[in-house]
Design a binder for this molecule. Structure first.
Ligand code: DUT
Length: 133
């Protein structure tokens, strides 16, 4: 089995294709990795694109970041998308198609309140900063 990380210090563990797929321009495909994991409670894994595939070939992950729940025991699959408008992209078995980042996560619970605490930003968003009034 190849090492999980391409280099010491990498945050993302390599996800490799367990099947060969041809991605036509604009086409997406759910690609198997042959990997199943059991994350500890309080952790999640996120499936994210590889920068090199994106920059060189326009290959991305449709649902990036794909969320792998701690309770999931099935095969991790990658929803690859070929954003290139001209070239078909060939995925071979064993190719590194994405990476997986494992992180501790908190689980949010919504609690209804009448008022929220004040902040400098308040309700301003969507490009509201850096504009002179
Ligand atoms: O890129 C991904 C994203 C998810 N999964 C697996 C692990 C995850 O735990 C499960 C469900 O993912 P998610 O919760 O995003 O799917 P959903 O569309 O909300 O469906 P579900 O009803 O199964 O939760 O699918 C993958 O293999 N790859």
């Amino acid at each position: 089995m190849p090492p999980s990380y391409a280099h010491e210090g990498d945050a993302g563990a390599d996800l490799r294709a367990s099947e060969a797929v041809q991605l036509q321009p604009g086409q997406r495909a759910l690609v198997g990795t042959g990997v199943s994991i059991a994350l500890p409670d309080g952790y999640a894994a996120f499936v994210v694109p590889r920068s090199g595939l994106a920059a060189k070939h326009g290959i991305t992950v449709v649902n990036s970041p794909g969320t792998v729940d701690a309770g999931y025991r099935g095969e991790i699959k990658v929803t690859l998308l070929n954003t290139d408008t001209e070239h078909t992209f060939a995925v071979e078995i064993g190719d590194r198609i994405a990476q997986m980042i494992v992180m501790p996560v908190s689980r949010a619970v919504f609690i209804p309140v009448d008022e929220l605490s004040e902040s400098v930003r308040g309700a301003n968003g969507f490009g509201s900063t850096g504009i002179s009034s």
